[in-house]
Ligand binder design. Structure first.
Ligand code: ATP
Length: 247
């Protein structure tokens, strides 16, 4: 994936200020930054959900905004805060998504069964998604992102609310996916997760790229957490306000 000169303004606010980023095929790429850094806005522009004010996004050479249908076939997207058709059951929702991508009924049925099993949603397959917990909703959304076997997976905070066993299962699936040539971009606030899973990382703040490269290049001799705080700043070495102390 290649992002060139991406810009997005919301009124006076510049959310993304001319961002260039190249994500190599087969990489597991972490996107990190403080709250409000522009991660979700960047990923939304990169996946065809939010039109950039300037710049381009290309996936395997396909321009996301000039050739949206071709681009969307290549992308599996787990977006932050996007509403699902949650009156459908988990099984119906994954089936519907697969059929939207033009898969045959038999193929969709078999992939849906595989994905629900992997996500540990087998028992909840017939339950409306509106009745799912936050973690179950995240998992069914991830199943929807995977059903058409995309070449690029874009995951905004995929492990938020997901229990540790499910997270470990999902991590295994994602590792297998990149090992077979798939590319994953994951935005996360968990430096441990990025250090453990990602081979590359980009740090953004105030809509700008502060550092990018392999995880080892970006962190140098420090932990990723320390390097992140050094790059981004804003750490308050204080025990909090006096009125909050108990004695
Ligand atoms: N629809 C919108 N309208 C107005 N401002 C927006 C909109 N979406 C995002 N912003 C602003 O753009 C900036 C970047 O937001 P964004 O959601 O991309 O950050 P983020 O890095 O994903 O943050 P977080 O880690 O908190 O999820 C923020 O200042 C936010 O308030």
């Amino acid at each position: 994936m290649q992002l060139s000169g991406l810009v997005k303004r919301f009124g006076e606010k510049v959310a993304v200020a001319g961002l260039d980023l190249t994500v190599p095929t087969g990489s597991f790429y972490g996107l990190v930054g403080p709250n409000g850094a522009g991660k979700t806005t960047t990923l939304s522009m990169a996946t065809g959900l939010l039109r950039p004010d300037a710049g381009t996004a290309r996936i395997h050479g396909v321009d996301v905004w000039a050739q949206p249908v071709e681009a969307k076939r290549l992308i599996g997207n787990l977006a932050d805060g996007v509403r699902l058709f949650d009156r459908l059951t988990g099984e119906q929702l994954v089936t519907y998504t697969g059929m939207m991508f033009g898969l045959s009924r038999e193929e969709v049925a078999s992939r849906t069964a595989d994905l629900l099993r992997i996500m540990d949603l087998g028992e909840a397959a017939g339950t409306p998604v509106v009745d799912y917990s936050a973690g179950m909703t995240k998992k069914v959304a991830l199943a929807c992102a995977l059903v058409h076997a995309p070449r690029l997976l874009v995951l905004d905070e995929p492990f938020e609310s997901v229990d540790p066993v499910s997270a470990a299962n999902i991590e295994d699936i994602l590792r297998g996916y990149t090992a077979s040539g798939g590319t994953v971009i994951v935005s996360s606030h968990s430096m441990d997760l990025v250090q453990r899973m990602c081979d590359h990382v980009a740090v953004i703040a105030q809509g700008r790229l502060l550092a990018s490269g392999t995880v080892d290049e970006v962190r140098g001799a420090q932990t990723l957490q320390d390097r992140f705080v050094e790059l981004v700043g804003g750490r308050h070495h204080s025990e909090g306000p006096q009125w909050l102390r108990q004695s």
